[in-house]
Design a protein around this ligand. Sequence first.
Ligand SMILES: Cc1ncc(C[n+]2csc(CCOP(=O)(O)OP(=O)(O)O)c2C)c(N)n1
Ligand SMILES: [Mg+2]
Length: 640
Amino acid sequence: MRMTVTQALVRFLAAQHVERDGRRDRFFAGCFGIFGHGNLSGMGQALEQHADLLPYHQARNEQAMVHVACGYARQRNRLGTFACTSSIGPGATNMVTGAALATINRLPVLLLPGDTFATRTPHPVLQQLEVPHDAGTSVNDCFRPVSRFFARIERPEQLVPAALEAMRVLTDQADTGAVCVALPEDVQVEAFDVPDGFLEERTWTIYRQPPAQAALARAVELIRSTRRPLVVAGGGVIYSEATAALRELADATGIPIGESQAGRGALPSDHPGSLGAIGATGTSAANRLAREADLVIGVGTRWSDFTTASKTAFQDPGVRFVNVNVAAFDAAKHSGLAVVGDARVTLEALREALEGWQTDEEWTRRAADEARAYGEEVARLVAPRAGGMPHQAGVIGAINDAAGETGVVVCAAGSAPGELHKLWRARDPAGKGYHVEYGYSCMGYEIPGGMGIKLAAPERDVFVLVGDGSYLMMPGELATAAAEGIGIVVVIVDNGGYASIGALSRSMGAAGFGTHYRQAEDGGPPLDAADGSGPATPLRPSQVDLAANAESLGVRTLRASTLEELRGALDEARADGGPVAVCIEVDRYAGVPGYESWWDVPVAEVSDDGAVRAAREGYERARQAQRAYIAPPGGQRVSS
Ligand SMILES: Cc1ncc(C[n+]2csc(CCOP(=O)(O)OP(=O)(O)O)c2C)c(N)n1
Ligand SMILES: [Mg+2]
């Protein structure tokens, strides 16, 4: 049949399905887009013509629409996503940040930026980058390093292989991430004879890859030979729907479980083997056991520096790693014994092979004792404080209660991700109640990410926890939530700027330089007191009214000044059904402490400032604990 490239593409997208464990669903829930001359007459025309096949949603910012797709994809365990169409130039490059986020977090999103004319006849067109030495380069080449597959459709026929390749990558659990198919504006509207079969319904089956028997056998042998094994659960456990298998392994063997940011909630917090967060933002329970573990079994984790506390978390001189991962790239990290396979199948196989074996009783008991003690610490931290402003930990406690068993909390950057990692009590057995984007930790992800989650799981309450800094980076998508009636609850926490970076700055011997929104009363730079107790000099009142801002975007807005008012506002917001913003000011200086952990951020080696020199000394001391984890998996003790 003869149709334009974009008409064929829209019909193709509507016909794609994905299947796992016998469950089959459409892969694309719809297409988000913002139109300009680079996609209006192509993608825009096709989406209008086929509105019944692929629903179109208008976004307010191209970066945000990629975040919506990511939030959706993560909530659906990567079994669905949105396509995103943009014009050429700035509309396209606005999506580059979203693409990086998707690829780093291994979340499938399909990006369809417009591109300059394939014929090059009218060049240079509006918004075109001219590269004197390379006629084939456009701004869309920025997508190459942040995409798992990139194609530019320079002839209509190229659509067919490119679309099929795009689908293979999007549905490949090891390879998935951003896929970019750049569409020159002239090619978008060109007609061609679409080959038979291209538009037929197609199902991409995700098979659960079993581990190699020999690798499994070695892993079992290694586990049996150790006394203090520890599992670190990553996002892969949740994506693979392996939370029940993880729990069964923990029950059968007594091996305790720590969790990365993406893996948080893989085991409910009330399980005796649940150590909760591990690493730089880890709990005392997880970090104490990590320090002594002689075998670390990473499941579906990519071992970011936060998870390993910059390679200081595991201190046993002979510590070894087993990495269960569907991606060989991650399975090989830390010179681990690579067990390449699906998390669920592999965890089930491990449990079977370890039948009757249990880890050292004393180790399991210690884990349970530490976990219980830390649970008491959490209750203390989230409890309201006497007098003064509310603290963010209290806000987290209130959201945790409002979320109950099935609500979802969403966050990405600032001080809240670390506090959530430490404080959240995970209750959903499938691990879908905790959604902190910490691969890219992208300010501005929170609101559109939350919208994507709500679109994927309308039956769940979605609580977006966003700092004032992150809010100001991307408030505009609230207008989309209002227009489309996407009922998220957005809790805006105002602490006068970048509290997290301010605290980091103080730890470097600086004084929160460049992290305040408010100005100092004396006209000098707004700085913190060295001990972190407050500002160095009084600050002027804030000129920004975030609640008024949210309200102006068409969202019902509630103001809370105490934790009790916040709890009431959260109940009211949940009952509302539409999007609601809840604003609360909190004490910028009341953070949750770290628990025997470290994060490698380098300090100036020379400085005139004594505080910086002292910070450097502390840094050099802390760095002594850093390890390489490079000993061969079957080899001798790790020396450094
Ligand atoms: C897009 C982007 N720019 C910069 C950063 C670095 N950064 C991390 S947290 C942060 C401040 C966040 O401020 P806010 O949302 O108010 O949270 P708070 O630190 O106050 O808790 C900054 C600038 C980032 N993560 N993302
Ligand atoms: Mg802030």
